[in-house]
Design a protein around this ligand. Structure first.
Ligand SMILES: Nc1nc2c(ncn2[C@@H]2O[C@H](COP(=O)(O)OP(=O)(O)OP(=O)(O)O)[C@@H](O)[C@H]2O)c(=O)[nH]1
Ligand SMILES: [Mg+2]
Length: 228
């Protein structure tokens, strides 16, 4: 386990068995952009220089404690090869967040982002969140995608977070998943609050129907009925 200096979270070991909340994440993008390497670096602190294309998908977890809750991210690392596209489309279902990768030294992988965003749109829940990651930041001398171009793309496409990262050096590798956990946890809390408010409202409506309170202006309670 590693304690973070910000103290608002703590990264737990991959085999941590208990979790309060669990979210499904999908990692997508062109073949060879570094999806598997970045996932491995973040979850196992391993980097392999040789290329071993993913066949279908690989699965791993990232466990983190935020405040008092233990959160498990179920990470589906997919293969980018065209031949598996229709298989991958079935993985989008029930995903809370898509991590969309391109490689900063490969303009083609950047130009294909629109196609990947379209796959997300067609196959996912409308509430899915998207992170855009420019991987292989260590290959600065081979850069083909200017960072400003990527920032413009991010702003134009309803994407929740943009980061450059490197699976090789580890730069921002864990940060991607920490931010994912934080954003999903925050959304979960907001949803809980809404549900609580709704159940409060339901209670108020019930009391009104039973004649316990008067309602004015929608379902806001205004005064209690006077007792005889
Ligand atoms: N220099 C550098 N090389 C990287 C980085 N990330 C991945 N690579 C290399 O890029 C190649 C492809 O990496 P993978 O992680 O297998 O790519 P992938 O996106 O999972 O590819 P598919 O499984 O075919 O879809 C490997 O040779 C890695 O060593 C990085 O951040 N920097
Ligand atoms: Mg892979």
């Amino acid at each position: 386990m590693s304690e973070n200096e910000n103290t608002d979270y703590e990264i737990l070991s991959e085999d941590n068995s208990k979790s309060d909340l669990s979210f499904k994440l999908i990692v997508i993008g062109d073949s060879g952009v570094g999806k598997s390497c970045l996932t491995m670096k973040a979850t196992k602190n391993i980097f392999e220089n040789y290329y071993s294309p993913t066949v279908g998908f690989e699965f791993c977890t990232f466990n983190i404690r935020i405040k008092e809750k233990t959160i498990r991210l179920q990470i589906w690392d997919t293969c980018g090869q065209e031949v598996y596209r229709s298989l991958i489309n079935s993985f989008y279902r029930n995903s809370s967040l898509a991590i969309l990768l391109y490689s900063i030294d490969n303009i083609r992988s950047f130009n294909n982002l629109e196609m990947w965003l379209n796959d997300i749109k067609v196959n996912s829940n409308p509430s899915i969140k998207v992170f855009l990651i420019g991987n292989k930041k260590d290959l600065e001398e081979k850069r083909q995608v200017p960072i400003d171009k990527a920032k413009t793309f991010y702003k134009d496409h309803n994407i929740h977070l943009f980061l450059e990262a490197s699976a090789k050096t580890g730069f921002n590798a864990q940060k991607i998943f920490i931010e994912a956990a934080k954003i999903l946890y925050k959304e979960h809390l907001e949803l809980d609050t809404k549900l609580e408010l709704n159940s409060d409202k339901n209670e108020i409506v019930k009391l009104a129907q039973e004649g316990e309170i008067d309602l004015e202006d929608g379902i806001e309670p205004v005064k209690r009925k006077k007792c005889c």
